[in-house]
Design a protein around this ligand. Structure first.
Ligand code: ATP
Ligand code: MG
Length: 725
């Protein structure tokens, strides 16, 4: 093929990075400078020119969404043969390796991955068994302690003895938790990486085989790797490897989860002869947006230091809008979006970003009211929704009847007269005889002295249901199995009576799960598994790692809503960043330490640098928290941006009308449209101006359209034509 095609669209520094000979390389560069692009082209370049088989490529990204995008870009460059490269998150790569060697890794062939909920439930159970006071040691605290240590690469045995009783109790809990995982043959997320490491250590020949297979190891967003991930990566790479990593210290935003930007520096020390390449030209954003981003990040004292420049036009200054409250924040945003959409810009190029997922609700409601389609990333993720976890509980019990956490999940869902007391009896028996919960329940149902007792009948009924389900799904295809299990579980009927208002959405989610099963593609390289229901098992394994069902993703025509964390690596033509207030951004929890504050600043920087052409910064003067309104202060980060870098959409020279929702009235005589003026809009047709607020091109006009009702529009985008009245 014409390999020039791979280089034509790169600048000289990018080209140098892409064509480096085999060996360790670090691309350290700012936002939007083409790091991900370089990584993608590097993969393609090695495949096309170095006779590298796609099979020898292992590339790590941070999210499933990023992985999908990267895969399709590589495929676009080199064609379908690249399908066989490994590309995904650290966890999913480790899972893929482990599932081929479960026996050697000390895992059951159908091992379960505990997600954060399962993990917390298990910890709560251990706290009770150990008779630790749950008030002093809530499960969330123990979970935080355990994960913190795991992310730092520390097994319970390696955690230094702390002083004080608190540390000792937590340490004990960690130890017990660890041996519980061992005996369950299960793994939490971090455990996947640990087990992989253990596997390699115990079977050096296996490690060797992976090292010689994965010659090309690449990592995007390297600044956010935690110690456990770094150690895993270094083991797999080995001293002879030539890993290719890209990152930006100014975008390190996972310190709170153990991400360590020092790994960027450590990399060059650990891998002798590392070539470091810097990229300084930003290709993403307009000059005005980049100026704001640069001004903000300059306030962070601890930086490796780099300056970004752009050859793009300066463009429009980012707009700052101060709303009265969160309702007006959403109303302003949505009206701006309506105007932009009516100008023909595709919806999926517009994003609303926020610090915490709870902020999405008001935006969602406002978007729904205005019939604008949207898509949320993160938040209550699909596979973490209650109804999905219920259904997965049954499915997990099909693939692995001994799965205790699944057993607990669906024990009394739908309600069948099985209470906490019966469950405790089942648990106690299981502990005593070293049995799984299901085996202990079977023993109890058989042996009980009072077979007619209601709870015994209920227990037998539950066990029979599980057996019947297994019989019923034998021989069905995967989607058929999922559908059948949902029907037999009678979950839909249960939701109808449990909470009729939410039933419809919950049942829709279950239908979506069937879709996900129908679209599931198993790992083509996986060894044929001997266990029953192997495809179901593979599906369940992948689900725990996935963030969202593939069938739902990236539909065009939807506004994108996500947290600032989830926006990492992405770009949008127009970006709204909401809630720029003290306590939200910077987040209240982060303001106590300098490190925390710097990380929040980087998070805002990540948000700013997502925008290509238009950026809106929004704050509210007051905001409702737990049911009450509180006055807010503007984010200190807004004050760090020189005022003349921003265009303010705050109404100047206005008098407030007494009713806060009625908008503002301007005294500016040069106002483009008078109240009562007849106007025509290209999409909404003819209407009458009801009111307006603000002035200049950014002013908002409220128009009642004959055909489509009242709408707020921004003058500049609205393309309104004044009609003779
Ligand atoms: P981030 O730090 O946000 O992850 P990044 O450094 O990975 O950003 P990319 O996403 O790779 O940057 O690139 C940003 C944008 O600039 C993309 O749209 C990309 O296609 C474009 N781009 C990068 N390099 C070039 C180039 N040489 N010519 C034209 N466009 C480019
Ligand atoms: Mg990137």
């Amino acid at each position: 093929m014409d390999t020039n095609r791979l280089l034509d669209t790169l600048n000289p520094e990018q080209r140098e990075a892409v064509t480096l000979p085999f060996g360790p390389a670090l691309v350290l560069a700012g936002a939007g400078s083409g790091k991900t692009r370089v990584l993608v082209h590097r993969i393609a370049w090695r495949i096309e020119t170095a006779d590298t088989s796609p099979q020898s490529v292992l590339a790590v990204t941070f999210t499933n969404k990023a992985a999908r995008e990267m895969r399709s870009r590589v495929l676009g460059l080199v064609g379908p043969k690249a399908q066989s490269m490994w590309l995904g998150t650290f966890h999913s790569m480790a899972y893929r390796i482990l599932s081929r060697h479960t026996r050697e890794a000390g895992l059951r062939s159908s091992f379960t991955i505990l997600d954060e909920d399962d993990q917390r439930r298990l910890i709560r159970q251990l706290i009770r068994e150990m008779q630790v006071n749950e008030r002093d040691f809530p499960p969330a605290l123990a979970q935080w302690y355990i994960n913190q240590n795991k992310d730092a690469g520390l097994r319970a045995g390696s955690v230094p003895d702390g002083d004080g009783q608190r540390d000792r109790v937590l340490h004990d809990l960690y130890r017990v938790y660890e041996s519980k995982l061992q005996s369950l043959g299960a793994a939490d997320f971090a455990e996947l990486l640990f087990r992989c490491q253990d596997l390699w250590q115990a079977h050096p020949a296996l490690l060797e085989s992976y090292r010689s297979r994965f010659r090309e190891i690449l990592v995007d967003e390297f600044q956010d790797t935690n110690t456990l991930q770094y150690l895993w990566f270094r083991t797999l790479t080995g001293a002879q490897g030539g890993p290719f990593v890209v990152g930006d210290d100014d975008q390190a935003i996972y310190g709170w989860r153990g991400g360590r930007v020092e790994h960027v520096l450590r990399f060059a020390k650990d891998f002798e002869g590392t070539r470091v390449i810097r990229l300084e030209q930003n290709y993403r954003s307009s000059g005005a947006i980049l100026t704001v981003a640069n001004a903000l990040i300059a306030h962070n004292p601890s930086r490796l230091g780099k300056t970004l420049w752009t050859a793009s036009e300066t463009g429009r200054r980012p707009v700052l809008f101060t709303a009265d409250d969160e309702l007006e924040e959403a109303a302003y945003t949505v009206s701006a979006i309506e105007s932009i959409l009516s100008g023909g810009q595709p919806a999926e190029t517009i994003a609303i970003l926020y610090r915490s997922n709870a902020q999405s609700r008001v935006f969602e409601e406002t978007l729904v009211r205005n019939s604008i389609a949207y898509r949320i990333y993160g938040g209550v993720r699909f596979f973490e929704r209650g109804e999905i976890k219920d259904a997965l509980g049954y499915l997990r019990l099909m693939a692995d009847p001994e799965n205790d956490s699944a057993f607990e999940r669906v024990f009394n869902i739908p309600t069948r007269g099985l209470g906490e007391k019966t469950l405790e009896r089942v648990r106690a028996q299981a502990r005593q005889d070293g049995l799984s919960l299901i085996a202990s329940a079977q023993a109890l149902a058989r042996s009980t002295a009072a077979p007619a007792e209601r709870s015994t009948r209920a227990l037998s009924g539950f066990l029979t249901l599980l057996t019947d389900m297994r019989e019923a799904i034998r021989g069905l295809d995967l989607a058929g199995q999922v559908e059948r299990v949902i029907a037999l579980s009678r979950l839909p009927e249960y939701y109808q009576t449990d909470d009729p208002l939410r039933a419809e959405t919950r049942i829709e989610s279950l239908a979506e799960l069937v879709n996900a099963a129908a679209g599931f593609e198993p790992d083509p390289e996986a060894e044929p598994a001997s266990i029953e229901f192997a495809p179901l098992q593979a599906f369940l394994g992948q689900i725990t790692l996935a963030m969202e069902p593939e069938s739902r993703t990236d539909r065009p025509g939807q506004i994108q809503l996500m947290s600032l964390h989830a926006a990492k690596g992405l770009e949008f033509h127009t970006v709204f960043i909401a809630g720029l207030e003290e306590g939200l951004l910077p987040h209240i929890r982060a303001t106590e330490t300098t490190g925390g504050l710097e990380e929040e600043r980087r998070l805002f920087y990540v948000g700013l640098t997502r925008a290509q052409r238009q950026l809106y910064l929004i704050r509210a003067r007051r905001r409702r928290l737990r049911g009450h309104y509180f006055d807010t202060l503007p984010s200190r980060f807004l004050l760090e941006i020189p005022a003349d870098h921003l265009e303010t959409a705050e109404p100047r020279m206005v008098t407030r009308l007494p009713h806060p929702r009625a908008g503002y009235r301007t005294r500016d005589p040069s106002y483009p449209a008078a109240i009562g003026q007849r106007v025509r809009h290209p999409k909404f047709g003819e209407g009458t101006v009801l009111s307006h607020e603000g002035d200049g091109p950014q002013c908002r006009i409220h128009v009642r359209f004959e055909g489509s009702g009242a709408k707020w529009l921004i003058w500049e985008h609205a393309r309104l034509e004044a009609l003779e009245s």
